[in-house]
Design a protein around this ligand. Sequence first.
Ligand SMILES: Cc1cc2nc3c(=O)[nH]c(=O)nc-3n(C[C@H](O)[C@H](O)[C@H](O)COP(=O)(O)O)c2cc1C
Length: 308
Amino acid sequence: MKKNILVIYFTQTGQARKALDSVLAPFTNNPDYTVHYELIEPAVPFPHPWKYTEFFDAFPENVQAIPCELKPIKADMNLNYDLVFIAYQPWFLSICRPILSFLVSPQAKQLLKGKPVITIINCRNMWLNAQEKMKRRLLDVDAKLVGNITFVDHSANLISLVTVLAHVLKGEKGRYLGIFPKYGVNEKDIANGQEFGKIIVAHTQTNNWESLQKELNAKGALDIRGNLMLMEGRGNALFPLYANYISKRGTAGSKQRRTRVRIFGIVLPTAILILSPVITILSRLAPLLAAGKFKKQIAYYSQNALKK
Ligand SMILES: Cc1cc2nc3c(=O)[nH]c(=O)nc-3n(C[C@H](O)[C@H](O)[C@H](O)COP(=O)(O)O)c2cc1C
């Protein structure tokens, strides 16, 4: 009997879809499988490119995981899917709001309950904490996270900080100012997605997910950088405090909170700019000063269980 694969995804520029098409090629080219794509669409679309204040104004509700209204989901609620892919982007170290909104919907409970799930993340480079939140949300709907694959921009952190801002705020598609590298996941990495897909097909055939993540990791499925792990930890602790500070002043888009949003829009890039070199030095020392702890943390983020 044919197996049914459900693919839930959100994308602003199509990058997530490109990564998905590559990973899923071994499924779509195989007559044993039917692949059902489900694009998650907010009722009021998020902008792209974003205006500066729009971008930073999206921060509080995204960090506070407040769902937004979605267009109706078209997936067949009565079909017993064999495997579900969820492709998403981290926004401010949290699950982007459209996918978060799907995950807390009654449809997600019905579609994902008891199902093996594979997450596919496409982002700049910081995904660890968003994925921790994803692990929690999947447990909440009784789904089983069996695999994770990341597609990132490989430029140095400060370079991609500039290029991602040019990309999301100015819609820059090429080399910003002619000197910076093009923002985003490179074509070679996208094409390599099929190699992950082949491994996943083999596990889908046996419905045994035990060693899937280890096999994916051996092919380079996860990009974990020590310096970013330390940096994300700081951000993840501070973001909820600042999100509350902004939202106390007013609701999304309101004039009353604009000053606080603007301050955040200056403080965040400046903090990354200043902290990035310091944290890079610390991360070089960490394996020497606290080798055990550092290794343990990397091992933890390389697997799919959630810390107790
Ligand atoms: C509001 C917003 C917040 C973002 N926050 C993060 C983040 O926390 N970590 C990260 O690595 N990238 C972050 N990004 C970059 C996106 O992950 C990146 O734009 C993504 O590659 C776009 O994929 P898409 O075109 O498929 O939507 C953010 C982008 C937006 C628009």
